[in-house]
Ligand binder design. Structure first.
Ligand code: BEZ
Length: 211
């Protein structure tokens, strides 16, 4: 069954390019981003893994542990990592799960048989420190993901986990946010001392509260 928002991310033990790891132990109390790749030595995946490696400091800053998966074996992964480092001018600095028997891909519903019987689609799971799934995203094999968008979403998830706000369309870190409908007008000054604008009774904005 597909994993949905709010579900507990299943734990697993797996062979990875950083050795055998227990997923929950690897995540510890951090946030996590778990993303799948259709296969080793494929062009789009090569660029995605290189891009993700270059952004590791940005994920670290947000306390997010990165982990990737591809349905090939560990020897193949190690060879591919050398190619990624060479062609993308980086060092892959997070583990890649070797999921040759597809156990973890199936556990996370990363194989969509009507797209392909054999390989995973491009799934992304963002997992909170409580091990609950906060975001899922699915792209086809033919479309590489936007890792800046994933950082932007993490900024929103982490902000809205701590304040009674939501982030509007195309919001970026530093921009005004929306006050959630559950907050009563009379409670706004105490909760949002930076002020607010009421555009409509249901559309109230305030400066990003955690800056
Ligand atoms: C790729 O990563 O380049 C790719 C993988 C499977 C199908 C198409 C592209």
């Amino acid at each position: 069954m597909a994993l949905r928002l709010g579900d507990t991310a299943p734990n697993f033990t797996a062979e990875t390019t950083h050795g055998t790891l227990d997923f929950y132990e690897y995540l510890g109390d951090s946030w996590g981003i778990f993303f799948s790749h259709p296969g080793d030595y494929t062009p789009v995946c090569t660029t995605e893994l290189g891009t993700a490696a270059k952004l590791k400091a940005d994920f670290d800053k947000r306390n997010v542990k990165m982990i990737a998966l591809s349905v090939d074996g560990i020897d193949s992964h190690h060879g591919w990592v050398r190619d990624i480092n060479e062609t993308q001018s980086t060092e892959v600095n997070y583990p890649i799960v070797a999921d040759e028997d597809k156990k973890i891909s199936i556990l996370y519903d990363m194989i969509h048989p009507n797209a392909s019987e054999n390989v995973t689609v491009r799934s992304v799971f963002i997992i909170g420190p409580d091990k609950k799934i906060k975001l899922t995203l699915t792209y086809p094999a033919s479309t590489g993901r936007n890792f800046q968008e994933l950082l932007r979403v993490i900024d929103s998830l982490q902000l809205t986990a701590n304040y009674s706000v939501a982030t509007p369309a195309d919001w970026k870190h530093g921009e005004d946010v929306v006050i959630t409908p559950a907050v009563k007008n009379e409670d706004i000054p105490a909760k949002f001392p930076k002020g607010h604008k009421e555009i409509k009774p249901y559309l109230r904005t305030t400066p990003q509260p955690n800056l």
